[in-house]
Design a protein around this ligand. Structure first.
Ligand code: URP
Ligand code: ZN
Ligand code: ZN
Ligand code: ZN
Length: 460
């Protein structure tokens, strides 16, 4: 099968030009003006933006968490991602404390194998680092193609590791060419505040927010960057939300260390005033919580300064019925919100259209940097000869409205109900196959492939 995409405006992290793209099989084989080739199919992209498929390196599909499971599985989650122009996601495997990393991988494979519609990879969350776990690290990097290891500085008793485990893990991961991801918030401070609020009978979603003040994140971000600097291990802070935490990274960059920063779309465009309503605020109960408007400005600036490298989602959806588990106690509300389908269009409409970021920056933070940081570039994350033909055709002018009634995520509410956006994903190709067109998904579960990743350079 070959496809010719004609006359589109091709945007990469660095380029902006009109040309044709010739795809043979799964890869891009030529790019040029007025290509003279015989293609099985021609797609006219006149007037459209032609960009790399989005990569969302932070999603939780079918994940057992807080006594329930996130409501999108590999099929519904990766299909919804494709509808929104995201052709690849990286999900998190959670080691069970006391068990091996390998057993966690088997558990996740049981849910994901042959079920994904779009491409995916895994980060391995190390929740119990000990002499046995240590021996497994090299195998994951060199044989499984899982080169990033997630750590939690919060959720004590379930996911959190202490600083001695963190240092030990960093040394082992650095030795073999991997990277450490971190949920950087101070779990002990948060647990103290949760207990305090509960004892005072303060049980509404607002107190989820008030139990995770900015200092809990800035303290942990600083501690993490210091440990990463000490060990020389490349680090990646997930879902960074606020000025204090970004300033900790700003300081770290002065000593030329490798710390990457991810924020999520919601922290750029939503703020904590959403918690000032009754239980409705549970829709946005996530960790860390939404912050203030000033933090949004800091994050947009951070993108332009190159301090914030990636815009992900932390997609972790729960049905409203699941959110109701915490109707009488904010600390029992399953943490997370749905966004994997909305990320690319929200970032375009709120970021590019409103003049906050350039088109090239958009591609850089929504597609390219994740591929570079996580060892997949240039196979993924760009439009170039030899790259996988993961491509979206985007109408920059089409207006549409977000709603749970029309989205494809398996969740019965939207965090963005009624939002009017300008800019819509029209056609999506994944490895040379048209997977989305005319608001329809053209492939079934099983098309999505597990992508083995390379060792990381710790540089982009
Ligand atoms: O609220 C969140 N973020 N839920 C998913 C787990 C995590 O901490 O990323
Ligand atoms: Zn091995
Ligand atoms: Zn987290
Ligand atoms: Zn997460």
């Amino acid at each position: 099968m070959s496809i010719l995409i004609k006359n589109g405006r091709i945007i990469t992290a660095t380029d902006d030009y009109v040309a044709d793209i010739f795809i043979e099989g799964e890869t891009i084989s030529a790019i040029g003006k007025n290509l003279k080739v015989n293609a099985d199919t021609e797609i006219d992209a006149t007037g459209k933006l032609v960009m790399p498929g989005g990569i969302d390196p932070h999603v939780h599909l079918d994940m057992p968490f807080m006594g329930t499971s996130s409501s999108d599985n590999y099929e519904t989650g990766t299909r919804a991602a494709l509808f929104g122009g995201t052709t690849m996601v990286i999900d998190f495997i959670l080691q069970k404390q006391g068990k091996s990393l390998q057993s966690a991988l088997e558990e996740w494979k049981g849910r994901s194998d042959n079920n994904a519609v779009g491409d995916y990879s895994f980060h391995m969350a190390v929740t119990d680092f000990n002499n046995d776990t240590k021996k497994e690290i090299q195998h994951f990097i060199e044989e499984e193609g899982i080169t990033s290891f997630k750590t939690f500085m919060a959720y004590k008793g379930a996911l959190m590791i202490d600083d001695s485990q963190m240092i030990g893990l960093m040394q082992e991961v650095k030795k073999h060419g991997g990277l450490i991801n971190v949920h950087a918030t101070n779990g002990d401070m948060i647990d103290f505040l949760i207990a305090k609020h509960r004892a005072e009978g303060k049980l509404s979603p607002l107190y989820h927010y008030l139990s995770q003040p900015e200092v809990t994140e800035s303290e942990a971000s600083g501690r993490f960057t210091d440990m990463a600097n000490y060990t020389g291990c490349p680090g990646y802070i997930v879902h960074l939300t606020c000025e204090g935490a970004l300033n900790a990274v700003r300081d770290a960059t002065k000593r030329n260390q490798n710390v990457f920063v991810e924020t999520c779309i919601q922290y750029l465009i939503l703020d904590a005033s959403l918690y000032e309503q009754n239980f409705e605020g549970a829709k946005w109960v996530m960790s860390p919580p939404l912050r203030e408007k000033k933090d949004q400005e800091t994050l947009w600036a951070g993108l332009n300064q190159g301090l914030v490298n990636v815009v992900a989602t932390d997609h972790c959806p729960f049905m409203w019925e699941q959110k109701l588990i915490g109707v009488d106690d904010f600390s029992k509300i399953p943490n997370g919100h749905p966004a994997v389908e909305n990320r690319m269009e929200l970032l375009f409409s709120e970021g590019v259209n409103k003049g906050k970021i350039s088109l090239n920056k958009y591609v850089e933070v929504a597609c390219t940097n994740a591929a570079k940081i996580f060892g997949m570039f240039p196979k993924k994350g760009t439009i170039a000869v030899g790259s996988d033909a993961d491509i979206i055709l985007f109408d920059a002018n089409e207006k549409h409205t977000l709603s749970a009634k029309t989205h494809h995520m398996n969740v019965d509410y939207s965090g963005y109900e009624g939002w009017e956006l300008t800019g819509k994903v029209k056609t999506v190709l994944l490895r040379g196959q048209v997977v989305i067109d005319n608001n329809e998904c053209k492939v079934a579960k099983g098309y999505g492939r597990f992508i083995k990743r390379n060792k990381v350079e710790g540089k982009i």
